[in-house]
Design a protein around this ligand. Sequence first.
Ligand code: CU
Length: 260
Amino acid sequence: MTLLLAPLPEKGIGLPHDASLHGWRIDALINETSVYVGLLFVIMVAWVVLACLRHGPRHEARFDHGTSTRSIAVGLCIAGAIFFVVDGPLFVNSLILARDVFGNFAKVEADPKSVRIEITAHQWAWVARYAGPDGKFNTPDDIVTFNDVVVPEGTPILFQLVSTDVIHSFNIPNMRAKIDAVPGMVNRVWFEAKETGEFDIACAQHCGLNHYKMKATLTVLPRPDWEKWAAEASANSARDYDPDDREAHWGWDWSEHARI
Ligand SMILES: [Cu+2]
């Protein structure tokens, strides 16, 4: 098995390396936001500088309480321009992305190649469960890993997540995937890796004293290598299966009612 284990370099001060198929869509929204925020910052600073230069100590102060028709009209125009040029398009584009890509679970669920993984978050670790060859969770051939998620490249990976204690957040920056694990809910997220390698999984909600320890590893393998890994891991699980170890049987039936 050839495996690239060296962490990918994170160059510069920009976003983390994007190793996912659809990550560029998120990056485009972030970059668009940054451009508008930068532009507004420059306009505001120029405005303040201009006001300082024009209205020095010898200039007689003229002011109102912002209740004049002119003040209200100017305020509404600026707010409206910002909303329709900046917030509105960002909001609409986010909704379109959520509908067509990141929230389009029906399409990913229907793909026979996709890999399903259940994640249980707890203070302070991630436990992952794969269904194994029978396709059913909580059976002897399930693969269970601890702080270690192994997935194939070029395949949609579907996660359902729960938490047994407090709110955690399953965050894989290099895959632009992030979702909270909330007690009492099954949440979900998906991504597709476009390259092999090792990537960080972190918890993005401050979840207690040892929050910093919730670091796991995502390993992306070429599909044939992953299939070999899964077959071996499943055979090991089936051999070591203990029907009396009830604590180990925490999996659930793949939920139709999972939410984003
Ligand atoms: Cu956490």
